[in-house]
Design a protein around this ligand. Structure first.
Ligand code: E4P
Ligand code: PEP
Length: 453
């Protein structure tokens, strides 16, 4: 056994000597090594060829010929890996994608924040309650949400549980997207209950009528609708835990190049995008399509450094920038960034994450976001791209398929008094099913509108 195989490659990867933000303080080095070895000996979750396919799909987005819809939980949890939860999230994303495709007449590349989003960066390393101070919850891959010393102590065997939970989720996602659940001919049955009870339901019903007529017309003309019975779907997460990502990074036998096999697309977050840090170094080495979140304080020099480090060959689809400036800042911050990147000849995808720059805490202590503020950021993002003649490539959102009450507003509005009713997120507030589909309709209206100067 080589030294590299013995420790899961954890000691030799070039990014490991660099400063890495937001890593857990694992108390047991032997347990960490054992977890790494186990991961290194586990099958890949995704294949390099699938990652290359996503790069090609994102290249189409970068050229303005497609859109991205990326969404899912803020923090996946081990207990949330059930058929109902996964199906509901997937169904919501499929609904949204249909709405966006219909309005924009562009293919929608569907990417779940799923099958790997088990780790969270935190604002503070510790949480204090009633005089007791414990490590903050960093996602189920690290520690437990329950506020007790045992639960909050980082436990490296959770990395293996995160792998298993990701494998189970991905297995279900693959089965659902290819096994008939995503068949466009069944669009009406995807969610009868939603159509019957939601304010957006009537609009959604009219849309499904139109789709069914179009399919009937196509069949009548002898067209083949069989390919519409399945759908392409990719998974993504923040490449936060290098102790998880490193042993799952593999050499592609076809090309000899490195791929992260934990998910199709990985991103560096606002708190882990230090240009000279370990996360960016890791992402620069793998051939997956990658993304970087950009917050309100990012400057054009930093963005140009990302281009040089992560996309030196200016390969369309390789790099995605996810702007999350906040509704009040996006119109000021984004134009210069887009101009500089365009001037470099880079063909990146520009996405908007309208959630993370718009979080606030209510007097009752609930972290929340308002749908109207989220839409305001999306509208600013669209306006900037329209003005510059560049392509607003799509959205990155935190959502769930169930009727939680975590974000305010929406077609059937959630009020501040409702937040306590079903606040189930392990970290940040997600749009519920109705709010997500409402958002898709309103974003669809923005895509439908002719470009303005
Ligand atoms: O999802 C993003 C971050 O992990 C999250 O906003 C951090 O939350 P905190 O500020 O409560 O730590
Ligand atoms: C932590 C996240 O976002 P950001 O890095 O943009 O704060 C996230 O998307 O989970």
């Amino acid at each position: 056994m080589t030294a590299e195989a013995a420790d899961g490659g954890l000691s030799t990867a070039p990014w490991l000597g660099l400063p890495a933000a937001q890593q857990p303080d694992w108390p047991d080095p032997d347990a960490l090594r054992a977890a790494g070895r186990k991961l290194a000996g586990s099958p890949p979750l995704v294949l390099p060829a699938e990652c290359d396919l996503l790069t090609r799909r994102l290249a189409a987005v970068a050229r303005g010929e497609a859109l991205v819809l990326q969404g899912g939980d803020c923090a996946e949890t081990f207990s949330g890996v059930g058929a109902d939860t996964v199906r509901a999230t997937l169904r919501t994303l499929l609904h949204m994608a249909v709405v966006l495709t219909h309005a924009s007449s562009l293919p929608v590349v569907k990417i779940g924040r799923m099958a790997g989003q088990f780790a969270k960066p935190r604002s503070t390393a510790f949480e204090e309650r009633g005089g007791v101070r414990l490590p903050s919850y960093r996602g189920d891959a690290v520690n437990g949400l329950e506020f007790s010393s045992g639960s909050r102590t980082p436990d490296a065997s959770r990395l293996n549980r995160a792998y298993e939970a990701s494998a189970a989720t991905l297995n279900l996602v693959r089965a659902l997207t290819t096994g008939g659940f995503a068949d466009l001919a069944e669009v009406r049955t995807w969610n009868r209950e939603f159509v019957a009870s939601s304010p957006a339901g009537e609009r959604y019903r009219r849309l499904t009528d139109e789709i069914e007529s179009a399919l009937a017309f196509l069949r009548a003309c002898g067209g083949d609708t069989a390919p519409l019975a399945t759908t392409e779907f990719f998974v993504s997460h923040e490449a936060l835990l290098l102790d998880y990502e490193t042993p799952l990074t593999r050499v592609d036998e076809r090309t000899g190049r490195l791929y992260a096999t934990s998910g199709h697309l990985l991103w560096a977050g606002e708190r882990t995008r230090e240009a000279d840090g370990a996360h960016i170094a890791f992402l620069s080495r793998v051939r997956n399509p990658i993304a970087v979140k950009l917050g309100p304080t990012v400057g054009p020099e930093t963005v140009l450094r990302y281009l040089d480090r992560l996309d030196p060959d200016r390969e369309p689809g390789r790099l995605t920038f996810v702007m999350r400036a906040g509704a009040d800042r996006v119109r000021d911050v984004l134009p210069l960034l887009v101009e500089k990147v365009s001037a470099e000849g880079a063909q990146v995808c520009w996405l908007s994450d309208p959630m993370h720059g718009n979080t606030f805490t209510t007097p009752d202590g609930y972290k929340t976001r308002h749908v109207e503020t989220i839409l305001d950021e999306l509208s600013g993002f669209m306006a900037v791209h329209r003005a510059l003649g560049t392509h607003p490539g799509g959205i990155h959102v935190e959502l769930t398929g169930s009727e939680v009450t975590e974000c305010l507003g929406g077609g059937r509005p959630v009020g501040a008094q409702d937040l306590g009713r079903r606040y189930e997120s392990a970290c940040d507030p997600r749009l519920n099913q109705e709010q997500s589909i409402d958002l898709a309709f309103r974003l669809a209206d923005m895509y439908r509108r002719p470009p303005t100067g």
